[in-house]
Design a binder for this molecule. Structure first.
Ligand code: FPP
Length: 235
């Protein structure tokens, strides 16, 4: 959800106005994903690097998150949406943890859209933690170093419990930046990317549908070559 600061600055407002407006863009996208029958939607709200922002910006972000959680519980419940937080929830202010933890429990059994919010999330941290958990299991004899393979490594990722996250199909980045910024690096190995110049505070369900349409036109080969029907006939 990038471009909040620039959206505000372009209008002569303080950066945090972009976050305030950006927070209102979340609900329509969640509704759209739900009504289109998408299995999982992950929004990147706050990275491990975002902790370096000013205290005043952080404090607005925490207020917006808390308010968002308080406001959305009923709708998520009604729509059978499950909410998951990926990232270091335990690092967030206690007030947020106290708001969101009971909510996570309440929605845990929901079987509709899996709505993941990445907060204080960083993919390199997730991957390096996985390596250290595996090393620990080697020390205690649960595994041997040569047991390691891709399937096993994935089991040590903190997001592994969210099955729908194991292979990301599409990553959309707003605001004209063409970077991945430490987002689900392992899980996006074969993801398609759509970049849009639109700043997150201006992002609408129409933009979202356009990105999905672009995705639907892509041919996913997973490193293999396309086999044409006439080639098949000559084999
Ligand atoms: C990146 O834009 C955005 C963030 C670091 C925060 C995103 C937060 C929200 C949209 C609001 C709270 C979230 C929810 C789920 C209610 P930026 O500030 O880096 O923008 P810039 O690159 O233009 O400076």
């Amino acid at each position: 959800m990038d471009g909040n600061g620039r959206w505000a600055q372009a209008r002569g407002y303080p950066r945090v106005f972009g976050h305030i407006r950006g927070a209102t863009r979340v609900r329509p996208i969640v509704r759209e994903a739900d009504s289109l029958g998408i299995k999982a939607l992950t929004l990147y709200a706050f990275s491990t690097e975002n902790w370096l922002r000013s205290e005043s910006e952080l404090s607005i972000l925490w207020k917006l998150l808390k308010k968002y959680f308080q406001k959305e519980l009923n709708e998520l419940k009604q729509k059978n949406i499950r909410l998951n937080i990926i990232g270091e929830l335990e690092r967030l202010p206690l007030a947020i943890q106290e708001t969101v933890n009971p909510m996570l429990n309440e929605l845990a059994g929901n079987t509709g859209l899996q709505f993941n919010l990445a907060i204080s999330y960083g993919s390199r941290r997730e991957i390096s933690q996985a390596a250290s958990y595996f090393a620990k299991d080697c020390l205690t004899g649960i595994h041997q170093p040569l047991d390691m393979n891709e399937e096993l490594f994935q089991k040590y990722l903190t997001t592994n419990k969210l099955k729908e996250l194991s292979d990301v199909d599409l990553v959309i980045r707003t605001s004209g930046e063409k970077r991945v910024s430490n987002f689900l690096l392992w899980q996006s190995a074969y993801a398609e990317y759509v970049f849009t110049d639109t700043y997150w505070p201006d992002y609408t369900p129409k933009h979202f549908r356009e990105a999905l349409f672009e995705y639907s036109q892509r041919e996913r080969r997973y490193g293999k070559v396309k086999v044409y029907n006439n080639e098949l006939n000559t084999l």
